[in-house]
Design a protein around this ligand. Sequence first.
Ligand code: ACO
Length: 324
Amino acid sequence: MIYSKIIGTGSCLPDKIVTNHDLEKMMDTSDQWIRERTGIRERRVVEDNETTGTLAEQACLRAIESAGVDPAEIDLFVMGTTTPDLVFPSTACLLQKKLGLPDCGAMDINAACSGFMYALSVADKFVRTGDAKKVLVCGAETLSKITNWNKRDTAVLFADGAGALVLEASEEPGILSTHIHANGDYVDLLTTNAGVSVGWEAVSENDGKPEIQMRGNEVFKVAVRTLGRIVEETLGANDLQKSDLDWLIPHQANLRIITAMAKKLEMDMDHVVVTVDRHGNTSAASVPLALDEAVRDGRIKRGDLLLLEAFGGGFTWGSALIRY
Ligand code: ACO
């Protein structure tokens, strides 16, 4: 049996920090409201010369370096992003040569906040079937570019960043299983108001850019319910119990959703990787950013059992159970 094993991780955040107090000066909100409802204290936002691609490039270089592999050996590159640099070529293709990758397959996957879980799932399948031996997987976003900075219901939540990892084929586990789902019935609860084929008429309201529109309270309820189900599905598929888990690495949308998941899993918050307080919601970047942080600071150790999960626009949701 072939498994894919994580052999390196990396991440990148923009230098610019926007605190809740900065937002208080821009809109009718308060540090207290944001902290109490979301757990967010500050977030990182790109400058004009930074893009999803520039963040992803750094995260990927760091992952490749920590894996200690020659980029020329990588035989597939999969990126989860909702905010690509261009309509095309894909961000993965834009980065391929900059990263020194060969003429391997390179693609972007759009599954909103679940983009990294989808990318990881695709990458794992290629390794398991023997079609790829070393795969670069990245989740990167500049959600600040599709956030209306005049609207307090979304502006306080979203942010920018990138995280990446390198998978290698191994006889030992590895990724034990991945699970991805979608349900298009909920499009209206979390969407953007403009696009390439629908047209750009709506963007005049937001300084020429499309914007995220979310019915947050309703999204919250479905997210908690759905993530609860996928956690059970993931453990059940591997015949494992909640108590077997060492770490929960959840999508960082809201500390209250994360706490609810920890409670469902009967996990102490000391075993949950939390970055939402400093990163905000970086969509497809949030899980690999959190993973890299906990690997680098030594919390996650070889042999630990990790549960990764995410939920986002679509709705989409996904998970992975990993023996690190
Ligand atoms: N500052 C102050 N007050 C605010 C703000 C703000 N930034 N935003 C909203 N409010 C007000 C509302 O107007 C409302 O006022 P009212 O009671 O007078 O009408 C009140 O606060 C409560 O609003 P709710 O929306 O009910 O607040 P809630 O507790 O649900 O928190 C939040 C909102 C943080 C958005 C939460 O619902 C949430 O996190 N939802 C899930 C988000 C998520 O997981 N998204 C999925 C991933 S994102 C992706 O895929 C791109």
